[in-house]
Design a protein around this ligand. Structure first.
Ligand SMILES: Cc1ncc(COP(=O)(O)O)c(C=O)c1O
Length: 493
C-alpha cells in the first residue's frame, strides 16, 4: 500500500533560500511504498509527468533519516513523510490531481546548481518584497497595528467582505468623472489569484473555454484546468509592444467561449496598453457579447511617460471583471488581499453576481484584520510611496535594458510598466545551449544568476528578468549575464 508525501524544497545553502518562493506553495506530491520507494507521482495528472517525477526522484537518491524524513541528499530536497500511516488508503482527489502549475512543472525539470563561488542573484521571483529596498510607509504598519490593538476585528466577516473594506476598494477604483463603483460591486478575496479563480469559476462550465494571453501568467491555465475548462490562446505581438493579435483572438472565439482574460500591464512582458488598443479589445468583446476578466494586478504600475487605463473606464457596454490586489502596487503580496470589481452598467451580470455570492461562501472572505486596515491603506497611502516604487523600477529597467542591448545574441525588450523585462534569445548564436530552459540552467550553474525561462509563459526562447532588486545587485547580475553570453556566443559555428 502506498502513502503520499510532500516534497518541500529545503536548500541548505542560505544563498539559495527564497529562490523558490514563486513555486514554494506548489510542492509536488509523490507516492512512496512501504519500502520507501517512489512508486507514483501525481505530477500534473499526466503520465508523462508521473514517469518523469518518478525518474527524477529515483535519481535523487532518497535516504531515510531518524526523523522519518527522506532526504534527497544530492539535491538537498527533503520529502516530508512524518507520521504517515499506510494502513488506510487515502488518496487525493481527481480535482487535486488535475491541478497543474506549469511553473512548478518546468522548475522541477531544471537542474539548479549554482556556482558555489558566487552569491546567488535571483531575478526570478515576482515578489516585490524580496530584495528591494523600498520601505513600507509608516501608515501601512500603523493601520494594521491599530486594528490589532482595537481587538474588534478578530471575528468572521461576511463571505464577500465587510462593507467598510468594500467601500474603500470602490473609492480607490472610482474615477470622479466617468467611473463610479458602489460597495456591492466589490467582492473581497485572498489575493488577485483568488479573484481570477472566482471569475473563471463563476463564468464557465466544464468543457467551456476561456481565451488567455501568450505569453501570459500561468495561473489562468492552472485554475481553468482544474475545473475542466479549456484554455485557448491569443498571441501578444512583440513587434507591436506586445499588443494583442486581435485577429487571432477573434479566430479563437467559439460558441463555448465564456470570457476573455486581458492582463494589463503584463506579466511577463512589462507592456502597458494604449487607450486605443484597449478600446479595440473592448469592441471585439462587445461584438461577441463576451465579458472581460481584466487582470489589473499591476494597475497604475507604469513608468513615467506611460498612462494606465482600467478597462472599466473605457466602456459602458461590456461587462468587465477587474481583478486586483494589494500584492504588487502596495508591495504587500503576503497579506493576501485582493478583489473583484464588477463593472456592469447594463446589468448583464445579475445572475453572475448571485453566482459570486454563492461562491464566496466557499472562501469566507479574506483575513478580517487586513480587511479592517485596508480602509486606511487604500485611502491614505501617500502618492510619494507609489512614485518612489515606480522610479526605482524604471531606473532598474533602464539599467538592464541599456546593458543587455549591447550584448550579442540576445534582445532585451524595453518594458513600460509592471516589474519584468523580457529578453529574446537567438538560440542559433548559442550552439551549445539547446533552449531557454538550458540557458537559464547554465546561467545558474556558471554565474549564479536565476531568471525564469519564458517557456513557462508559453513563450520559448525568451527569459524573464524581475527588476525589483537593489541597483548594485542588478548591475552585478547584468555583468555576469554579459560574461555568460560572451562565453557562449558562437554565431557562425
Ligand atoms: C499577472 C498576475 N496576476 C495575478 C497574480 C497573483 O497575484 P496575488 O499574489 O495577489 O494572488 C500575479 C502574481 O504574480 C500576476 O503576475
Amino acid at each position: 500500500m502506498g502513502v503520499y508525501a510532500l516534497i518541500s524544497r529545503n536548500f541548505n545553502n542560505n544563498k539559495m533560500s527564497g529562490i523558490y518562493r514563486e513555486v514554494s506553495n506548489l510542492a509536488p506530491k509523490v507516492k512512496i511504498d512501504s519500502n520507501n520507494n517512489v512508486t507514483e507521482s501525481d505530477g500534473c495528472g499526466e503520465n508523462e509527468n508521473l514517469n518523469r517525477n518518478v525518474k527524477l526522484l529515483k535519481s535523487l537518491n532518497i535516504q531515510k533519516t531518524n526523523q522519518k524524513n527522506y532526504n534527497l541528499s544530492e539535491k538537498s530536497i527533503r520529502v516530508e513523510n512524518d507520521n504517515l500511516n499506510s494502513e488506510w488508503n487515502i488518496d487525493s482527489s481527481e480535482f487535486a490531481k488535475s491541478t497543474c502549475n506549469p511553473v512548478r512543472k518546468l522548475i522541477e525539470q531544471m537542474k539548479i546548481e549554482p556556482n558555489p563561488e558566487l552569491q546567488m542573484i535571483a531575478l526570478s521571483i515576482g515578489d516585490p518584497t524580496v530584495f528591494s529596498d523600498i520601505a513600507k510607509p509608516d501608515s501601512v504598519i500603523k493601520a494594521i497595528q491599530k486594528c490589532i490593538d482595537d481587538k474588534k476585528f478578530d471575528g468572521y466577516t461576511p463571505s464577500y467582505g465587510t462593507e467598510a473594506a468594500r467601500q474603500a476598494v470602490a473609492r480607490y477604483y472610482s474615477r470622479p468623472d466617468n467611473l463610479i463603483y458602489k460597495f456591492n460591486d466589490i467582492i473581497l478575496t485572498n489575493g488577485c489569484s483568488q479573484a481570477i479563480d472566482l471569475c473563471i469559476t463563476v463564468l464557465a462550465n466544464r468543457g467551456d473555454n476561456i481565451i488567455i494571453p501568450k505569453p501570459g501568467f500561468s495561473i489562468y491555465k492552472t485554475l481553468a484546468g482544474t475545473l475542466g475548462i479549456n484554455v485557448k490562446y491569443y498571441s501578444l505581438l512583440e513587434e507591436n509592444n506586445w499588443e494583442i493579435d486581435l485577429e487571432e483572438l477573434e479566430s479563437q472565439i467559439d460558441d463555448r467561449t465564456k470570457a476573455i482574460i486581458v492582463n494589463n500591464p503584463s506579466n511577463p512582458c512589462g507592456s502597458v496598453y494604449s487607450r486605443m488598443h484597449l478600446l479595440d479589445i473592448i469592441n471585439l468583446a462587445e461584438r461577441y457579447r463576451l465579458p472581460i476578466i481584466a487582470d489589473e494586478v499591476y494597475g497604475d504600475m507604469v513608468f513615467p511617460g506611460n498612462e494606465f487605463y482600467y478597462m472599466s473606464e473605457l466602456t459602458r457596454n461590456v461587462p468587465i471583471l477587474s481583478c486586483n490586489a494589494l500584492s504588487k502596487r502596495f508591495i504587500l503580496p503576503g497579506w493576501r488581499f485582493g478583489w473583484v470589481a464588477i463593472h456592469d452598467p447594463k446589468n448583464y451580470l445579475a445572475r453572475v453576481r448571485a453566482g459570486f455570492n454563492d461562491l464566496t461562501t466557499r472562501i469566507l472572505g479574506p483575513n478580517s484584520l487586513v480587511q479592517a486596515s485596508v480602509v486606511e491603506i487604500l485611502d491614505n497611502t501617500p502618492q510619494s510611496y507609489f512614485d518612489s516604487i515606480m522610479e526605482t523600477l524604471a531606473t532598474n529597467a533602464e539599467i538592464v535594458y541599456e546593458k543587455l542591448q549591447t550584448l550579442p545574441g540576445i534582445v532585451p525588450r524595453k518594458p513600460s510598466g509592471a516589474m519584468y523585462l523580457m529578453v529574446g534569445l537567438d538560440m542559433k548564436c548559442f550552439p551549445d545551449i539547446p533552449t531557454d530552459v538550458e540557458f537559464v540552467q547554465m546561467l545558474i550553474k556558471e554565474k549564479s544568476v536565476f531568471c525564469l525561462p519564458a517557456k513557462i509563459f508559453e513563450c520559448p526562447n525568451y527569459i524573464r528578468i524581475v527588476i525589483t532588486m537593489k541597483k548594485e545587485k542588478i548591475i552585478e547580475a547584468c555583468n555576469r549575464i554579459e560574461e555568460f553570453v560572451l562565453a557562449h556566443y558562437k554565431p557562425n559555428s
